[in-house]
Design a protein around this ligand. Structure first.
Ligand code: BES
Ligand code: ZN
Length: 889
């Protein structure tokens, strides 16, 4: 196609590498060598200067300062490199040469979760984004690709299993040691390199691709956990089939291996042919995993598998372009879960809730950034809700413009055109344009500009002419370092709901309206619709573009949408908009000390949902769930978490008073016998979700003396973890009431006793206590930090207590709460900067809160900064970057 293409900011050029490896990179790992116990790493490969690079350009390799470099040999001659920061520099090299390096690494003292580290009894790697430089000197950037050959030598008893990317091509035994050699024929960047050594059991299966290739599938986990890997295995096979069916992407590997570990900073990592998974994202059995976990495991397994094309065969040129692999892969896993695996509405609503709860908050805080920022400092801080979640939504909007088929065509072209390359988001956009013959110039602003646009709509209905006029405005405040922003290209779902049915309105201008989608592209725009026989109620943003909508609904309109909108998603959305409106008003009443009264019209609208016959179970469960406290916070100009919490609790109580009997009957109608075998399919999960939501309502009616006892009975009887954990959570949430308290303690004790050997479940045990809104929450958290099962070396455990407390307990927003939290980070950041940087975000957005809380948060941040200045800077880079950005606001 002959396109006249105006250059866009997204089309930024990037520098080519000066030197690149040619041929295979050969690595040798001698694990735990005698005397020092360190691991010796030997590398050997050919290097060539890139075309057009000046002769006197030095060879620069990335290497973390803490790595002990013992030798660099070029063409057989020992050279002494300079070490500057994160690099080593060697001058006076020829056009092409053989490079050999030898270095030692201390895996035992590496607590960062990056590079090669000790994880329990295992050794394993995490190299994305820049962990490889903690293992050996190399070109540690994603645009440099090479095939790898990896030889591992280790103790037979200690490390019976030793794995790396690719196929096993050689193995030997010698005395107490054994050796395995792997070869990966595909060129990969260093961040996809992986090595695992330890005692692991294996679950095996085989997948045959459409073209008849056999792929050996293996999941490695502790032997006791193998029985919990079947769901992951089944999910993997579904994912492989979906990628073939929808995109034509076939698996290119002979062996696809997955390793499960309890010690992992992230959820999971897509290393080529050797994924590494946090146990929280892979293990599932009915007795130990909730429905959410089952769903999540399927999604993460899919996600990492989908990276095999979008990420591994085609990677990103640098970390600013992370969205070309992450955003698109999140979209791909979202479609897999929602449409291919049938989670539908539930998944759609979940995704939107995460954006409104998490991503909107990011846009409102100091870490606001574009999906494709111009510059980045610490790449570890790029793995954000903006890149992942908003990025995925942008690809969803793209689908609104070019259709599902157009999107898939674009993805096929992308694979064809860029197989084996490192790309930019621009390259993917060009494929979308070329496959569909569309101009997406303005659409690219979603990648280069940050912030949440506000779309304001004013409507006018002309009764005589049967005409509807919409005035639409979009506004996005630029961030501190942005100029005025250009308008976004927003595909905006819209419906016209009449008294009895949806109205099929006709647009005056077809260019900016088709199939229920307004194309909002200007700062101010007018849309006129004709043939509108009655004044309609507007159903807005029905496909969810990541924007905030401002529209003055007339009285009764939101209730009408809740009841009659033809889109189930829009019905839910109306319930949330309505609920939030009422809740935020209640929060104002709390602040002003006024008496709280729940709006009668809202009670009625909520009641109609409860009483509706044949309502979709997912819809019912989601509509019964009030907007979360985080979502409400994101809708407030000044966040008062205490007022929001009180308002939400009040509303729940008022709804129980109004509908006690209805909740009771819904629970009865939807629950299975709790001792029945649990099945995990969308229908059963939806029903369980309704039952347990209803339960959490009617149980909060403390007038029934025996309620705690009954609930404890259900807790004991429950076969499935969803039911068991719901009962436990409710007991704990009401533990300050005399008819619950003793049973809560009993349940906690029995839960711990039953599951003390199961990491994932014990994480849940910590979290359920940390969520408490009771006054004693802080002392409880302190006690739990002393509990024998609390383990600073286990990121999951740290998050299950500290992250859960800071997100789920209103006591976090107190002087003591903030102090406890900051004290913890001060101690923890030098150990694990990545996880600490994740936690510190809970303090860095102080500017959004009430003046009183702002002062408290800021003083904790200042104190934390002082403490961290005492620590070597490279140990706390990520955490510090966030603190400094926040204090500079
Ligand atoms: N590539 C990432 C893992 C990663 C995250 C590496 C952060 C380096 C820094 C992986 O594909 C990923 O995105 N994992 C997610 C889960 C996924 C389902 C969104 C994770 O770890 O949470
Ligand atoms: Zn990913």
């Amino acid at each position: 196609m002959n396109r006249v293409h105006k250059p866009h900011k997204l089309d930024k050029q990037y520098p080519k590498a000066n030197y690149i490896p040619v041929g295979v990179v050969s690595l040798k790992f001698e694990l735990d060598t005698p005397f020092s116990g360190e691991t010796k790493v030997t590398a050997k490969y050919r290097v060539r200067r890139n075309k057009g690079v000046a002769d006197d350009t030095p060879l620069i390799l990335d290497l973390a300062p803490e790595v002990l470099l013992s030798r660099v040999i070029i063409n057989g001659w020992v050279r002494k490199p300079e070490r500057v920061g994160d690099t080593i520099i060697i001058r006076g090299v020829t056009n092409e040469f053989t490079l050999e390096t030898i270095n030692f690494i201390n895996t035992k003292d590496n607590t960062t979760g990056e590079g090669l580290y000790q994880a329990g009894d295992m050794l394993l790697t995490q190299n994305e984004p820049e962990g490889f430089r903690k293992i050996l000197p190399y070109f540690d950037c994603p645009k440099v690709l090479a095939p790898f050959r990896t030889e591992i030598i280790g103790d037979k008893k200690k490390y019976p299993v030793m794995l790396s990317n690719g196929n096993l091509i050689d193995e030997k035994e010698e005395g107490l040691l054994h050796q395995k050699t792997y070869y990966l024929p595909f060129p990969i960047p260093s961040y996809l390199f992986a090595l695992v050594a330890g005692k692991l059991g294996l679950l095996e299966d085989v997948y045959t691709t459409t073209s008849g290739r056999k792929v050996n599938l293996g999941i490695y986990a502790e032997a006791k956990d193998l029985e919990k890997c079947h769901h992951a295995m089944a999910s993997l096979k579904h994912a492989m089939k979906y990628d073939e069916d929808w995109y034509g992407y076939e698996c290119d590997l002979d062996d696809y291996k997955i390793v499960a570990t309890p010690y992992f900073n992230m959820g999971a990592m897509e290393n080529k042919g050797l994924n590494i998974f946090n146990v929280s994202c892979i293990l599932a059995s009915p007795e130990t995993a909730t429905d959410e976990t089952y769903e999540y495991v399927e999604g993460v397994i899919g996600h990492e598998y989908f990276h095999n094309w979008t990420g591994n065969r085609i990677t990103c040129v640098d970390w600013r372009e992370l969205g070309v692999k992450e955003s698109i892969t999140v979209r791909r896993d979202g479609l897999f879960s929602k449409d291919y695996r049938g989670w539908g509405l539930r998944k759609e609503i979940n995704d939107v809730s995460v954006i409104r709860g998490g991503q909107f908050a990011e846009d409102a805080g100091p870490n606001r950034h574009a999906i494709r920022p111009e510059e980045i400092k610490e790449p570890n801080n790029m793995y954000t809700a903006t890149v992942y979640r908003k990025g995925a939504e942008v690809y969803k909007m793209l689908e609104d413009l070019i259709g599902r088929d157009g999107f898939l065509e674009g993805m096929k072209l992308y694979a064809k055109r860029h197989d084996g390359q490192a790309t930019r988001i621009e390259d993917l956009m060009l494929c979308m344009e070329d496959a569909n013959e569309v101009d997406l110039h303005q659409f690219r602003n979603w990648f280069t500009q940050s912030g949440t646009p506000t779309v304001t709509i004013v409507s006018e209905y002309d009764e005589a002419l049967k005409k509807m006029r919409l005035l639409v405005k979009q506004e996005t405040a630029p961030s501190r370092n942005e100029e005025e922003l250009e308008p976004f290209d927003i595909p905006f779902g819209i419906g016209f709901i009449g008294k009895n049915s949806e109205i099929n309105a006709r647009a005056m201008n077809y260019d900016d309206y088709h199939d229920g989608i307004l194309r909002i592209t200007k700062k101010e725009q007018e849309f006129v619709f004709v043939c509108v026989p009655e004044k309609p109620t507007l159903s807005l943003n029905r496909h969810f573009a990541p924007v905030k909508v401002k529209y003055d609904y007339r009285e009764g309109e939101l209730a009408q949408l809740m009841a009659y909108d033809t889109s189930l998603f829009a019905r839910w959305d109306a319930s949330q908009t309505y609920g939030a409106q009422v809740l935020l008003k209640l929060a104002e009443d709390v602040k002003a000390g006024r008496e709280l009264v729940l709006d009668k019209a809202f009670i009625d609208a909520f009641g109609s949902v409860l009483k509706e016959e044949d309502i979709d179970a997912n819809l019912l469960a989601e509509m019964m769930t009030l907007p979360s406290e985080t979502t409400l916070a994101n809708m407030s100009d000044v966040v008062d978490p205490h007022a929001i919490h009180t308002a939400r609790k009040f509303m729940k109580k008022a709804l129980v008073d109004a509908f006690r009997v209805d909740f009771y009957f819904i629970y009865g109608g939807y629950s299975e016998d709790w001792d029945k075998q649990v099945s995990f399919d969308p229908e059963s999960v939806a029903r369980r979700s309704v039952a347990n939501t209803a339960l959490s309502y009617f149980v909060s009616d403390s007038t029934w003396k025996n309620i705690g006892k009954c609930l404890f009975g259900e807790f004991e009887k429950a076969k499935g973890m969803s039911d068991k954990y719901t009962a436990l959570s409710i007991l704990v949430a009401h533990s300050d009431k005399p008819n619950f308290g003793p049973f809560a303690e009993k349940a906690l004790a029995s839960f711990y006793e039953q599951y003390k050997d199961d990491n994932n479940v014990i994480d849940m045990w910590f979290a359920v206590q940390a969520y408490s809104d009771k006054k004693n929450a802080i002392s409880r958290v302190k006690d739990l930090m002393e509990h024998p099962s609390f383990d600073l070396n286990n990121p999951n455990r740290v998050r299950s207590l500290l992250s859960a407390f800071s997100r789920g307990s209103v006591q976090f927003y107190t002087e003591e709460g903030y102090r406890l939290f900051a004290d913890f980070i001060a101690e923890y950041a030098p150990k694990n900067d990545i996880v600490a940087a994740g936690l510190v975000s809970r303090l860095t957005d102080w500017k959004r809160y009430t003046p009183k809380l702002q002062i408290l948060m800021k003083s904790e941040l200042l104190r934390l900064k002082e403490t961290l200045l005492e620590v070597p800077a490279e140990k706390v880079r990520g955490t510090m970057e966030k603190i400094e950005k926040s204090l500079a606001q």
